[in-house]
Design a protein around this ligand. Structure first.
Ligand SMILES: [Zn+2]
Ligand SMILES: [Zn+2]
Length: 346
């Protein structure tokens, strides 16, 4: 198999590592040459084909996987962090991640069987999900089937990526930009070096899933079964987008799809998309609705009855993230009584 590798010049390559059975298709793993050896930004999904592609890709860039010096992870999702343990095992590389996402990795590894299903059942019940949606989850729980989470075997990082930090990469200037929203510890990595084609702007940005050219990343709740502190991931995301727009990178190297140049335009589009959603939701909340009812009434990329089961859970999470934002802005409130939760515009 010939790996799809792009030489972005100036010691930066991308390797398209396949994600099995996923409409996203690939994770773009980036390789950054340093004076201490190649460093990877993300690693790809933990699957034999993906591993073979990554190995062949590193070779096509002119290096060997055994020489990888370090691994920088934009966020904990399995299409980014899945192969980190294998890369570390083969090369002895360190693995670095923001502490908030390392905490998710640790929690997922240590979760007792069934904990996630219990959390999901309680959450969806409170959100007003109907019995026919809850039944399969109850059956799975009763049968002792803890959903096999891909994160169970994920690598615990060796290093923390601190916000604003200039990373210790000999010969390179790479700065960590904390961009919470898609996950609590998502980071973008800003290569503060002149663009190799002298494209105007401030260096290049490895944007992970934060800024993608044609996809709106999922913004849900941070979903921590052990922590009931109300967070505001959508508010975090919108702030993070503004931060990236202000950086004005000459080129964005995202973890999916393709590289692109107009970061601020893309950030503005995403901000406008969410503002539109927020105002649509506010209109829907003129009458009291549960998060489930809101999710079924929201605009998705297809009608609700065609949305697959697991995606409906993600949709409810997305509706809840928008609700949190409206509540925080004082545009909606949780009505008294909590079985199930009902919200109304104020
Ligand atoms: Zn992601
Ligand atoms: Zn991703």
């Amino acid at each position: 198999m010939t790996p799809r590798v792009i030489d972005h010049k100036g010691g930066v390559w991308s390797i398209a590592v396949p994600i099995p059975d996923n409409p996203l298709g690939h994770t773009l793993v980036h390789l950054l040459e340093t004076d201490r050896g190649p460093v990877l930004v993300d690693t790809g999904w933990d699957d034999p084909d993906s591993w073979d592609t990554l190995t062949a890709g590193v070779t096509a860039c002119g290096f060997a996987l055994a020489d990888i010096h370090g691994v920088l992870i934009t966020h904990h999702h399995p299409d980014h962090h899945g192969l980190s343990a294998k890369v570390r095992g083969t090369s002895g590389a360190w693995v670095a991640m923001h502490a908030a996402d390392s905490a998710v990795v640790r929690r997922t590894r240590e979760a007792r069987p069934g904990q996630w299903l219990d959390y999901l059942l309680a959450k969806l019940t409170a959100a007003g999900a109907p019995d026919d949606h809850l039944a399969p989850l109850r059956e799975a729980r009763a049968a002792g089937r803890g959903r096999r989470l891909p994160g169970r075997r994920a690598a615990l990082p060796d290093r923390a990526i601190a916000p604003g930090e200039l990373l210790d990469l000999p010969g390179r200037r790479l700065r960590a930009i904390w961009t919470p929203g898609h996950t609590p510890g998502h980071v973008c990595l800003h290569l503060e070096e002149e663009h190799p084609a002298r494209t105007p702007g401030s260096g290049r940005l490895f944007s992970g899933d934060h800024l993608l050219p044609g996809i709106t990343p999922h913004i849900g709740l941070y979903e921590d079964p052990d922590d009931t502190t109300p967070t505001d991931p959508l508010g975090d995301y919108l702030d993070s987008l503004e931060r990236i727009a202000r950086l004005a990178p000459a080129e964005v190297l995202p973890a999916h799809q393709y590289a692109f140049t107009d970061a601020d335009t893309r950030a503005e589009q995403l901000i406008a998309h969410h503002e539109e959603r927020l105002s649509d939701l506010r209109a829907l909340l003129r009458e009291p609705r549960t998060p489930w009812q809101l999710a079924t009434a929201m605009q998705w990329n297809r009608p609700w009855d065609q949305i697959p089961y697991a995606s409906r859970n993600i949709a409810v999470s997305e509706a809840e993230a928008h609700l949190r934002r409206l509540v925080k802005l004082g545009h909606a409130e949780l009505l008294p009584g909590n079985a199930p939760q009902r919200y109304q515009a104020v």
